[in-house]
Design a protein around this ligand. Sequence first.
Ligand code: DGT
Ligand code: CA
Ligand code: CA
Ligand code: ZN
Length: 574
Amino acid sequence: MARLNEEVEALLQEYSDLILLTGGDAYRARAYEKAARSVGGYHADVGELDFKGLLEIPGVGKSTAEKITEYLATGRVAALEKLRAEVPPGVREIMAIPTVGPRTAVMLHKELGISSVDELLDAAKDERLGGLRGLGDRTAENIVHGIEVMRQSSGRVLLNVALEQAEEVVAELAGVTGCVRCAYAGSLRRMRETIGDIDVLAAAEDSAALMEAVAALPYVADVLVRGATKTSVRTAKGMQLDLRVVPPEDWGAAMVYFTGSKAHNIRLRSRAVKAGLKLSEYGLFEVASGEKIASATEEEVYEALGLPWIPPTLREDRGEIDAALGGELPEPVTEQDIRGDLHVHTDLTDGLAPLEQMLAAAADRGLGYCAVTDHAPNLAMQRMTDEKMLAQRQRVRALDRHYKGMRVLHGTELNIDPDGGVDWPEDFLAGFDLCVASIHSHFGADRDAQTRRLIRACENPYVHIIGHPTTRLLGRRPAVDADFDAVYAACARTGTALEINASPERLDLGDERIPAARRHGVRFAVNTDAHSTVHLANLRYGIGTAQRGWLTKDEVINTWPLRRLQSFLRKRRP
Ligand code: DGT
Ligand code: CA
Ligand code: CA
Ligand code: ZN
């Protein structure tokens, strides 16, 4: 069924709920609620209707139609945003608990002053919910259960977790009889650093077998929605997965729609409207004749909108459409462009695999060069010594001779101390082919100190790359506070590259910061920071991030031929 109608339904329902929550007119709230339901069940797609057409939906009056129009045009509704801002976020969260709802949330707020989910949990535990009128048959127990469900489902998961799951599902479904194509779309195809839910598309004339198959997957814990062409399930890992089946001839339009992002789609849609066209998951249509003019492939759809095909990682409404129109769309760096890895650990420090195994795995991946960069001594737990490092260098030199097609560089990962200094005196540093320098301590230093610290590290002529520059851990540790613009300027000035650490727990520098660094003319290194042979495959996540930051091959030093890389590494040495 029409997704857009469901979206508008949810929006109007929320608006109605918020009117009640903010003590507004109950009659008005009911009117919006009615309109919500009737939009949800309306036969025609609201995206197809003009203003007059909207007014024909039962229960939709002028002000509702205006809000729908505003949403279709801009993706938001100002009046709704205003109400959202008025309600404490905690109360809104309570109202979203599946077993609570808005009326009960208001009642709890009025009667017990409860304005956060935690306060509600406390009240349930202290048995303060018992005597309340208006709770109906809801028990404290099922409220607590509702909270659990909500908390589980509100979590986003890391890119690698979702990607591995999605690839398994796609491989399985691709083998179902009648399945012509199968692929994941959504934020996953755009390689966002975290994923809300997994969107899988399949093309088939008949959807029944696929609907069966997805519900029957062994790692599906729960079937949430089961329809003719859409099934939503929850996997054993707690992720939601939506499978939609489309006719093969509409594959391209559906891929565009469900890859998004939403903001990118809204741009495309408004471009279509200006050309007298209408874009939906079913195709690109001429409004006047209703004729379908493109839908089979993504290329076709973009072309009919006067655009080149846009890589999914760029579809975030960050200027990609204007760039495409101006012929300035970047050609993003790809995994195939990468010639070497410049940040790899072995079991000399905290890696799992011995040097020989790491290098064998790197050579298997077809790398042309690889830098071994074990931790330097100031990270005390790694117990590094000069002797150990020099002994490793001898082995590295021998292995370098052994690998004909791969150059092995001897490097280290230095620790940037609170003042911006690093391990070892200069004469020892001079013995390395390459030095990465990273922050591994004093994450909470204040902004000025942190900025000075990073700039001084850049200015060190032996430091080639700043490793995981913000030191964030996704979902666990925020970025350090620093004036990163000043750091980027220092990188550009001193010829120090910034790492895009491909570990899915880091993805650091992240895609949102890369454009600013780029504008300063900074160079980048997409490194795995592998601590085991399997981590070498994390490169894809770093590449996804680099693409989302619009990086091209030339800006990434480990796409360069060895000679060019070596002259970059040498040029700052005294
Ligand atoms: P997520 O799941 O939060 O990581 O992010 P997405 O981007 O996968 O979002 P999701 O799963 O809600 O929707 C899947 C795709 O469907 C999204 O990439 C674009 C499309 N889509 C979702 N909501 C809208 C919308 O309101 N309007 C339009 N035009 N497209 C939408
Ligand atoms: Ca999604
Ligand atoms: Ca989804
Ligand atoms: Zn490292």
